[in-house]
Design a protein around this ligand. Sequence first.
Ligand code: CNA
Length: 243
Amino acid sequence: MDLEKVAELQKIIDDSDNIVFFGGAGVSTESGIPDFRSQDGLYNLKYAYPPEEIISHSFFEANPKEFYRFYKDKMLVPDAQPNAAHLKLAELEAAGKVKAVVTQNIDGLHQKAGSKAVYELHGSTLRNYCTRCGTYYDAKFIQDSEGVPVCPKCGGIIKPDVVLYEEGLDSRTIRRSIEAIEDADVLIIGGTSLVVYPAAGLIDYFHGRKLVLINKGAVGRETRADLVITDPIGEVFSQIKVR
Ligand code: CNA
C-alpha cells in the first residue's frame, strides 16, 4: 500500500468537517460482493444473456423468470457484512466529518455499518414492492420465493426497488445528492468506474477544495483529482484515524 498517499488522505480528512463520499460497487468487493466491471465482476461471467441486458427494464418485463434467476443468484448477497470502508465512513459521519454518502450500490451496507445520510442513487435490493398493490417486501422474501416472486395479497409480480437500465433515477435522491456534493469541501470518490450516467455526472457539481479518487482500476472519465490512490479501498480506510 502507498502509505505516503494514505498519509495525504489522512491530512485531507483531518482538515475538513464537510466531506462527501461518492462510491460504487468497488466499495463492497471486499465484503464479497462482485462488482460489474472488474476482471472477476459480473460482466465477465458467461450467462445466457449479457448481465447489462438482464438487469434492464424491458428484460424484466419480458422475461421476469430469467431476470430473477440471475438476480437471486448474483445480486442478492444476504450474508455480506460491511468492510472497513463502510465502517470508517460511518465513524467519520458520527464524528461530524462526513456529511453524506452518495452511492450507486444497492446492497444497504453503508446503512448496516451505521451511516445515516446515505443517498442510494440506484435504489436497494433490501426493498421490493408489488407492482400491482404497492406492498413492500424484504430481501428475504425474495430470496425464499420460488421463481418469480408474487404478492401473497394480490398476486401481482414483485419488483426490486432498484433502478434498472432504461429507468430514471428518483428525483429527490438526485436533488439531495447534488446539494451535498455542491456544499462539500472534500469529495472522496471510491470504487466506481464512473461510466454509468447520470450518476457519474454528479461529481461535476463539486466545487470544493480537495478531490480524492480511490479506485483500483482506470475510470471512464476525467476527475481532476488532487490525490489518486489505487489500493483496495477497505484496506485504505482501515488505516485512517478518526480524530
Ligand atoms: P463498476 O463499473 O463495476 O466499477 C467498480 C470499480 O471499482 C472498478 O473500476 C474497479 O476497479 C473498482 N474496484 C473494485 N474493487 C475495488 C476495491 N476493493 N478498492 C478500490 N476499487 C475497487 O461499478 P460502478 O458502481 O461504477 O457501476 C455502477 C453500477 C454497479 C451501479 O448501478 C450499481 O448498482 C452496480 N452494482 C452494485 C453492486 C453493489 O451494490 N454492491 C454490485 C455490483 C454492481
